[in-house]
Design a protein around this ligand. Structure first.
Ligand code: PLP
Length: 360
């Protein structure tokens, strides 16, 4: 079965089999990772290895802290302004889809955010021209959603923040570890794990250390980066099993040759799918501007919209599930994260051609 869900999403089979093989007895410890004290030496070795492998994958320097948190990326929508702004501080948001919009709306409670560009009038199908952005001169940060999971719009490059004291902040939930990223361009990168790197329940925050320790007074302890950084993500009970699973995925990505190799595979998969859409003579359509199409989430529509239900049903019968588009945009969406094998995309494309031959 090929699972095209947007998240929680498919995980690498070898990682799941490895987890299964040590489910009851982790490497001779006599217990499952789920049963271990988060302060015991076994779990400490797990979280430390996960962090050091992630640092290798993304080439994260010692200027940055890596935090394994809970609450999903949604909690970060509040944590970010609470930690790096005062209530009266201006900040900028580029809104390229529903997630950027949610992040902006949450920030309105904790600082003074401004939407400096929105793709809403074009139904979130493009990105701004960076040079034309009207950035606020004294904004504390510029927030982007690096990959809009619902609309399938992905930044291929990143804007430079105008105010030299400000930082770029990116929600990378749906393209985290799908390609190399120059972490030094960002003040904060955050991501829910449940798309590319693990099960839901873990949120990863990579934050430049000088941004830590300035939280607003009312910040709940669970949202205060300093508390988590000072305690190596062990202030309270972390999502231990989820962190262990992320660690297995990081090992697997390194074994594949790191993110340069992972990106090559992702480019190939996406290319095959977009080519099939573009080559269908309009039977299938991708609404997203070509240069910013996501490598991870591929929304598409059918010219004959009345056939969409049948498309999803027939695909499921052939073992390709979760292809229905998000309820807010309709159509179809194929999420093809790292763990989706090339064979899954090839099978989908073959099915699309057959479906067109039948109904075109
Ligand atoms: N940001 C993006 C880009 C997402 O795709 C999602 C979830 O799908 C979220 C944020 C919200 O993440 P969570 O459900 O982990 O809070």
């Amino acid at each position: 079965l090929f699972n095209f869900a947007a998240g929680p999403a498919t995980l690498p089979e070898n990682v799941l089999l490895k987890a299964q093989s040590e489910l009851y007895n982790w490497r001779g410890a006599g217990m499952s990772v789920m049963e271990m004290s988060h302060r015991g030496k076994e779990f400490l070795s797990i979280i430390q290895k996960a962090e050091s492998d992630l640092r290798k994958l993304l080439d994260i320097s010692d200027d940055y802290a890596v935090l394994f948190l809970q609450g999903g990326a949604t909690t970060q929508f509040a944590s970010i302004p609470l930690n790096i702004c005062k209530p009266e501080d201006p900040v900028d948001y580029i809104v390229t889809g529903s997630w950027g919009d949610k992040a902006y709306k949450e920030a309105t409670k904790y600082c003074k955010p401004k939407v400096i560009w929105t793709g809403k009038p074009e139904k979130y199908t493009g990105l701004p021209v960076f040079d034309e952005l009207d950035q606020s001169i004294n904004a504390r940060y510029l927030h982007i959603c690096a990959n809009e999971t619902i609309h399938g719009v992905e930044f291929k490059d990143y804007p430079t923040v105008k105010n030299k004291d400000a930082v770029l902040v990116a929600d990378m939930s749906s393209n985290f570890c799908s390609k190399p990223v120059d972490v030094s361009k960002f003040g904060i990168i955050y991501a829910g794990a449940q798309k590319n790197v693990g099960p839901s329940g873990v949120t990863i925050v990579i934050i430049r250390k000088d941004l830590i320790g300035h939280a607003q007074e009312s910040t709940p302890v669970m949202l205060d980066y300093k508390i988590h950084a000072d305690n190596n993500s062990l202030y309270n009970t972390p999502p231990c099993y989820g962190i262990y699973m992320c660690g297995l995925v990081f090992e697997d990505l390194l074994a594949q040759g790191g993110l340069v190799e992972v990106e090559k595979k992702n480019v190939k998969k996406a290319q095959i799918l977009y080519d099939a859409i573009d080559g269908s003579g309009g039977f299938y359509r991708s609404p997203v501007e070509k240069s910013v199409r996501s490598l991870m989430n591929v929304p598409f529509t059918l010219e004959k919209a009345e056939l969409e239900g049948e498309f999803v049903k027939e695909a499921a019968k052939e073992g390709m599930v979760q292809l229905k588009g998000h309820r807010s945009v309709g159509g179809m969406r194929a999420s093809i994260y790292n763990a989706m094998p090339l064979a899954g995309v090839e099978k989908l494309v073959a099915f699309m051609k057959e479906f067109q031959a039948k109904h075109g």
